[in-house]
Write a protein that binds this ligand. Structure first.
Ligand SMILES: NC(=O)c1ccc[n+]([C@@H]2O[C@H](COP(=O)([O-])OP(=O)(O)OC[C@H]3O[C@@H](n4cnc5c(N)ncnc54)[C@H](OP(=O)(O)O)[C@@H]3O)[C@@H](O)[C@H]2O)c1
Length: 170
């Protein structure tokens, strides 16, 4: 299984507040769609509920939704635990797409992370996992570590990280 994780985070590490994204960067959503197209996407119940009606289920992808208490989620496969989610994924390419609880729960299984840095400070909210130890930067866009500017005016950049095998062996 080649399990990736993908998220966007603010300068202070926030990925969501009040059940939604606290910024608007359509270029990030376009990249998300491109990278996850055709894959299995694994998400928590809160993230499923945060999707706009038009994108629930996320089209062109098998949507797997984790919920312990159960859920009516037309168009998705609802599973009660991590083992069941991983069994549905099987050997197929898959992305963990949030939220904070599910990133934390599955990070041990993830080999690659796509992070979008969004240059805003949010304050309170749910937070991204800490990748300071055990991960190395594979690529960034822009390549010089600078910023793109969204058509909404918000600055953003992309980073690809992979597990640092050397650190993992320590
Ligand atoms: N910035 C980004 O890239 C990004 C991406 C995705 C989401 N988000 C944001 O993140 C926020 C939601 O994140 P969150 O952490 O609050 O919620 P979440 O991880 O999306 O969902 C949490 C729910 O998932 C289920 N769950 C979690 N772990 C489970 C496990 N091990 N086994 C079975 N079920 C499990 C539970 O559902 P039940 O309560 O039904 O049992 C739990 O309440 C929203 O604001 C959303 O907009 C941001």
């Amino acid at each position: 299984m080649a399990l990736g994780a993908i998220w966007a985070q603010s300068a202070d590490g926030v990925i969501g507040r009040d059940g939604r994204l606290p910024w608007s960067v359509p270029e990030d959503l376009a990249r998300f769609s491109r990278l996850t197209a055709g894959s299995v996407v694994v998400m928590g119940r809160a993230t499923w509920e945060s999707l706009p009606d038009a994108y629930r289920p996320l089209p062109g992808r098998e949507n797997v939704v984790l919920s312990r208490r159960g859920l009516d989620a037309p168009g998705a496969t609802v599973v009660p635990d991590l083992a069941s989610a991983l069994a549905v994924v099987g050997d197929r390419p898959a992305w963990v797409v949030g939220g904070a609880q599910v990133y934390e729960a599955l990070l041990d299984r993830v080999v690659r992370v796509e992070v979008t840095d969004v240059d805003v400070v949010v304050g309170a909210g749910v937070r991204a996992p800490d990748l300071a130890v055990g991960w190395r930067l594979l690529a960034q866009d822009p390549p010089d570590g600078g910023w793109h500017t969204s058509r909404t005016g918000v600055r953003y950049r992309f980073r690809t990280l992979e597990r640092d095998a050397a650190r993992g062996a320590e």
